[in-house]
Design a protein around this ligand. Structure first.
Ligand code: C2E
Ligand code: MG
Ligand code: MG
Ligand code: MG
Length: 288
């Protein structure tokens, strides 16, 4: 009986792996087509300062699969990284984001930036900086309107080369944020060697901040360190007013999350902005 059970378990295990592998291979083939047929779309999520002013928008890629429907970037980005398809996809993302941002720019404060997520493969390519310059020139986006989001992991490999690249980005006027900060298991002291501008505290620390004093302590520690290094602190994944209030008390500088706005298609973003600017005008008119 035990033997039979063992055999069954092994069979389920093998089936499971086979299913996952098949899914990956299928997605990989579908990705190729998606890149050619423009099945991608960008959604934008606003980042707000403590006064509620728009500081910028994060571009988040969406895949509208013709049969499977919407597929999460958390699922297909890692596959695209494995296959190298991320290079073509990222190029599309940055061009699309630049063009959309330029359309909005006349309505925005000059400090606003468009944030784009970078994959490790992109960052470590020898042609990364030159192709970025080419893209900025081709689209007309100013380097000072761009922010790149990198994860700690990207910076931990080959740190010297990474630091050189960061210096070059800074010299161009591009802002750099460390994304998902706190999840990388890295020593915090490495931060002082990195020429970056912002840290984005990972959503997992924000989630339970109201009920978990340890999470609150971690956020407090990150804020103290970041401010000491003159970095801006972003809290991502803010969902409730209670969380927001607590993050304000902990002196986070910038906020992003469903509480303020979900990531939305470009058209919805335009409407969101118009509505927000309308309500700002109404408030200041009422004050006069
Ligand atoms: P990320 O850069 O950390 O992006 C934040 C994620 O949190 C987004 O998920 C966003 O929709 C979600 N989010 C924002 N506010 C809230 C909130 O209040 N509550 C909750 N529960 N979630 C919130 P999304 O869009 O599924 O993206 C997942 C990840 O995929 C991103 O994490 C990023 O690492 C990656 N990604 C997305 N677009 C791109 C891209 O164009 N290129 C690359 N290389 N990676 C991308
Ligand atoms: Mg990000
Ligand atoms: Mg993030
Ligand atoms: Mg994250």
């Amino acid at each position: 009986k035990a033997k039979q059970q063992g055999r069954n378990a092994l069979q389920t295990f093998t089936q499971d792996i086979n299913q996952k592998l098949t899914q990956r291979v299928t997605l990989r083939n579908d990705l190729q087509e998606a890149i050619l047929n423009e099945q991608f779309e960008l959604h934008y999520q606003p980042l707000l300062t403590i006064t509620g002013a728009v500081q910028g928008f994060e571009a988040l890629v969406r895949w509208n699969h013709p049969i499977k429907g919407a597929i999460s970037p958390a699922l297909f980005i890692p596959i695209a990284e494995e296959t190298g398809q991320i290079i073509a996809l990222s190029q599309w993302v940055i061009e699309r984001a630049a063009r959309d941002f330029l359309t909005l720019q006349p309505q925005l404060s000059s400090h606003c930036r468009i944030s784009v997520n970078l994959s490790p493969m992109q960052f470590h390519r020898p042609s990364f900086l030159s192709s970025l310059s080419t893209t900025l020139e081709a689209t007309g986006l100013s380097a000072t309107s761009l922010e790149l989001e990198l994860t700690e992991g990207i910076l931990m490999n080959d740190t010297d080369a990474a630091i050189d690249t960061l210096h070059a980005l800074r010299a161009m006027g591009i802002s750099v944020a460390i994304d998902d900060f706190g999840t990388g298991f890295s020593s915090l002291s490495y931060l002082r060697h990195l020429p970056v501008d912002k840290v984005k505290i990972d959503r997992s620390f924000i989630n339970n901040i109201a009920n978990n004093s340890k999470d609150a302590a971690i956020v407090q520690g990150i804020v103290a360190l970041a401010h000491h290094l003159e970095l801006t602190v972003v809290a991502e994944g803010v969902e409730t007013t209670q969380q927001h209030q607590q993050l304000v008390e902990l002196q986070c500088d910038v906020f992003q999350g469903f509480l303020f706005a979900r990531p939305m298609p470009f058209k919805a973003l335009c409407e969101w902005l118009t509505e927000k600017q309308g309500s700002i005008k109404a408030t200041s008119a009422a004050r006069q």
